[in-house]
Design a protein around this ligand. Structure first.
Ligand code: BGC
Ligand code: BGC
Length: 853
């Protein structure tokens, strides 16, 4: 089989000489060339023999297909979302699938119980099996982002994000993680995970860097097979897609990790040769391991959206690589294909996408697809092909036989979820993922009999340690109480130290009562997901950053410092490295913080059973603007090379590092905040006045005149001057606006989800005329929303959220927002405003009044 060649040749790449000279050690890097061996003369794509088809399955599917109506077939190619879909919809439209998106849970309850999950699964299943309308019973598929464990579920085992697993470089561990995740998913009655992510991440500014295993195609390709075998079972064995297994998804096909500038949902401009060699590396092994679904990528290749790309979806994936499962779209991503909208996109379907992920607009999409098949815009063959693929996977997964979700082997078995055995696997994964970057004076391992100060905002913060895609989409807003059974870094250290007679003092700011022998400081990136995590450069924080100050203070006190850095990517932290004696890249370790203590401290009896085995699977930058930087680059000069990682056994002194970030100016950082503490942030201006096209920029903090409406004055919310009072005068119409200086904002991706514009506001004097909130684009289009119903002078300070989609629907170009907020009224009113920013669904519902006819 051709794939065999593919494997063998990957091992022998040419190592660029410069690599051998750089500061990396250990494993050999990836200048190699997966895929090349199998490429045929006329195509760069590897040829793979399709997974064998079972004639009984095929006959079963063909028979069903013959008996299905057009409406039933169309229903199968649609996947709707938990927050919008009801069992009645499933019955009525014969929907083939549902998903729960990031942070979406039964009854919108973050702490939903196993019974809740299973009850919903039963209700969806029952609806799909209902034949009272004379239609066929076809079991529904429920998909979820179990991307590091069953990560939307309260009480589940949360594994390190993939970047940490990549550092572990252990395919067998991935197989075990897959098995555990499968069992925990089955416990909730679900069938299918949207994992693994096979992105080969080439620019760490990408907000999804941590979802990838490596910048090295080789690790991604080794892991693809292992994790899929763990989730689905090994093809040809009895366990395959059996009662202990679920369906996996290889995502995001193709090129998601290689977009220009690391922009999420951006454009990959690589040549086809490089697309195949680097970004496709994980797909042949995934297909060989029998992966049953592939998710199309939001991104574009050479300017064309993958969702509409026939060459990639059909020719390369299905023909050359023999993929005979189905292609699922990403969240409304088909709506971004030229000429398409969320509820209408024959083009994506014709290109080879088999199932639409259409969270909300599934009803209209159903009608449009039926019409398109009737009119011939979609051929009967294409529809039958897509439906065949979906039914084949359902049959192979045993869904026609396995009965109601609640009746299945693992359903609702509380003892499965976050069990000790599962957590043990996760704790081991944490140990394997940690990379020791510095250990001067052989500070580590520590004696557990020490007096330990534990500081930093990551010390006792399980939300921070688990990161994005955990209980909420962005991973924000979680507290330790949301993670029953989990262990914070502090709790893990506490156990180790208590057992040996030492003491631990927890103080986030690093203040101590008794002088400690050593300080452990856990700090790093706050949680984010997808485009919200895109960063302008690799700088963690600037010279005034609070974590740096903390490290420096401790160092100045002469206290030895161990830094535990929590992050979704390598970052430029030279000043932090200098201010620490030992430094650990801990990535996003998940729910088992005990794995960190395992490597920091000896056992109570003085022995040290563990050592660091983690090695960088991403190159670590020397300056904050050194990106992209990848092993195999022509002028490769990272700070810590791919494969770097110290052990306790060796003593290596890391010298003082340059603290020149390489950045020319202080970047404001990626942020969705435009107005804070009562004033416009750098890059934005606050403006007032009567003439919308000729507003006055507020200079300083106040602007008051009889002629001005609204006038703007400093006010106090929690502390002095942390908000602004906008005072509209009687019968004097006027605008308050926040405008983006220079380039307009691109909020197109943000308006595709459940993001909202959030105003921290208090009504000081109720308006007598409507107050309109608006967004304006660079072309002068305005979308206005009457927010008067929200403004009640009885209310205290509140976050008022207006959905971004609400603006988008009112005809403003979300790709070019020049004024992210405008407030307008025509008569007297007083509003206090403290903050204007983007908010996620996790923060609560957003307002959107029905559009005026
Ligand atoms: C992400 C996918 C995810 C899907 C469902 C999308 O926004 O790109 O990775 O599987 O949402 O939550
Ligand atoms: C994500 C979903 C998430 C939603 C929230 C989407 O882009 O993929 O998983 O639930 O946004 O609004």
């Amino acid at each position: 089989m051709l794939i065999e060649n593919f494997r063998r040749t990957t091992v022998f790449g040419l190592l660029p000489a410069v690599l051998l000279a750089s500061c990396g050690d250990s494993r050999d890097p990836a200048g190699s060339d997966p895929g090349a061996a199998s490429q045929s003369a006329d195509s760069p794509w590897p040829g793979i023999a399709p997974a064998p088809l079972d004639p009984n399955v095929e006959a079963f599917v063909a028979d069903l297909l013959r008996r299905m109506t057009l409406e039933e077939k169309v229903g199968q190619v649609i996947q709707a979302e938990l927050r919008s879909v009801t069992p009645e919809d499933i019955r009525r439209y014969h929907l083939g699938s549902v998903l729960n998106g990031g942070g979406s849970t039964p009854n919108n309850d973050k702490q939903a119980s196993l019974e809740d999950w299973v009850q919903f699964a039963d209700a969806f299943y029952d609806a799909s099996m209902d034949t009272s309308d004379g239609k066929l019973a076809i079991p529904i598929l429920w998909g979820s982002d179990a991307v590091h464990g069953h990560s939307n579920v309260y009480g589940a085992t949360i594994f390190p994000h993939n970047i940490g697993l990549g550092a572990g470089n252990d395919p067998d561990l991935l197989r075990e993680i897959g098995s555990v995740t499968a069992i925990e998913m089955l416990t909730t009655g679900l069938d299918w995970t949207f994992a693994p992510t096979l992105a080969v991440v080439r620019d760490d500014r990408w907000g999804r860097s941590y979802e990838g295993y490596s910048e090295d195609p080789r690790i991604v390709s080794d892991y693809a097979k292992a994790i899929i075998e763990g989730l689905q079972g090994v093809p040809g064995t009895a366990e395959h897609l059996g009662a202990d297994k679920i369906l996996a998804t290889a995502k995001h096909y193709l090129g998601d990790g290689g977009t220009d500038g690391g922009r999420d949902q951006g454009n990959n401009i690589d040549s086809e040769e490089k697309l195949v060699r680097v970004h496709n590396a994980g797909y042949p092994p995934a297909i060989e391991a029998g992966v049953r679904s592939v998710m199309a990528s939001f991104s574009s290749w050479q300017g064309q959206k993958v969702h509409g790309h026939r060459h990639l979806l059909s020719t390369a994936l299905k023909e050359h690589m023999g993929f005979n499962g189905f292609v699922v779209g990403d969240w409304n991503a088909h709506g971004q294909v030229e000429g398409c909208s969320n509820d209408n996109c024959a083009r994506a379907f014709n290109a080879g996408m088999d199932m639409f992920m259409v969270p909300e607009d599934f009803r209209a999409l159903h009608g449009n697809l039926v019409a398109e098949v009737q009119e011939g815009a979609i051929s009967q063959e294409r529809l039958d092909d897509a439906v065949t693929r979906i039914l084949r996977v359902k049959k192979q997964a045993g869904l026609f036989e396995s009965g109601r979700p609640s009746s299945r082997t693992h359903a609702a078995r509380q003892e499965n979820l976050g069990s000790t055995a599962h957590r043990e696997v996760a704790r081991r994964a944490v140990r394997q993922s940690l990379v020791l970057l510095k250990n001067n004076g052989s500070l580590l391992p520590l004696s557990p009999a020490s007096r330990v100060l534990l500081a930093g905002d990551g010390a006792d913060n399980i939300g921070k340690q688990t990161g994005g895609w955990t209980l909420t989409w962005q991973g924000t807003g979680n507290t330790n109480e949301d993670f029953p059974g989990a262990t914070s870094i502090y709790a893990g250290i506490r156990q180790a130290v208590d057992a040996a007679g030492g003491t631990v003092e927890l103080n986030v700011e690093g203040k101590y009562e008794q002088r400690p022998d050593v300080a452990v400081v856990a700090f790093g990136e706050d949680p984010y997901a997808e485009f919200q995590g895109d960063a302008p450069n690799m700088q963690y924080e600037n010279d005034n950053g609070p974590d740096l100050a903390l490290l420096r203070t401790l160092k100045a006190d002469g206290i030895p410092v161990v830094a535990v850095f929590l992050s979704g990517r390598p970052m430029w932290v030279n000043p932090h490295l200098n201010a620490s004696d030992a430094f650990i890249a801990a990535w996003l370790p998940g729910s088992e913080g005990g794995g960190i203590a395992d490597l920091l401290f000896r056992q109570a009896d003085g022995s040290m059973p563990y050592d660091f085995t983690g090695r960088l699977s991403y190159s670590w930058p020397r300056t904050a603007n050194q990106t992209p930087i990848n092993v195999g680059d022509a002028h490769y000069a990272p700070l810590f090379a791919y494969g770097y990682g110290l052990t306790l056994a060796e003593s290596t002194e890391t010298p003082e590092l340059s603290e020149e970030s390489g950045l020319s100016e202080t970047h404001a950082g990626s942020s969705g905040t435009w107005f804070s503490n009562g004033r416009a942030l750098t890059g934005f201006s606050a403006m007032v006045g009567r003439d919308r096209d000729n507003l006055l920029v507020v200079q300083g903090l106040e602007m008051v005149s009889d002629q001005l409406s609204p006038s703007i004055m400093m006010a106090d919310r929690e502390v002095q001057g942390d908000s602004s009072l906008l005072h509209w005068r009687p019968r004097m119409p006027g605008y308050f606006a926040i405008s983006a200086d220079g380039r307009p904002l691109d909020l197109q991706r943000e308006s595709n989800g459940h993001l909202s514009l959030s105003l921290l506001l208090k009504t000081a004097q109720a308006p007598s005329k409507p107050v309109l909130a608006a967004m304006r684009d660079a072309g002068g289009n305005t979308a206005q929303i009457d927010m008067t119903p929200l403004l009640d002078a009885e209310d205290d300070w509140q976050h008022y959220r207006i959905s971004l989609r609400c603006f988008a629907e009112r005809g403003v170009n979300m790709e070019e927002i020049a004024v992210p907020l405008e407030l307008y009224t025509t008569d007297e009113a007083q509003l206090l405003l403290a903050e204007v920013r983007l908010a996620t669904a996790a923060e609560g519902d957003a307002f959107c009044p029905a559009a005026r006819p």
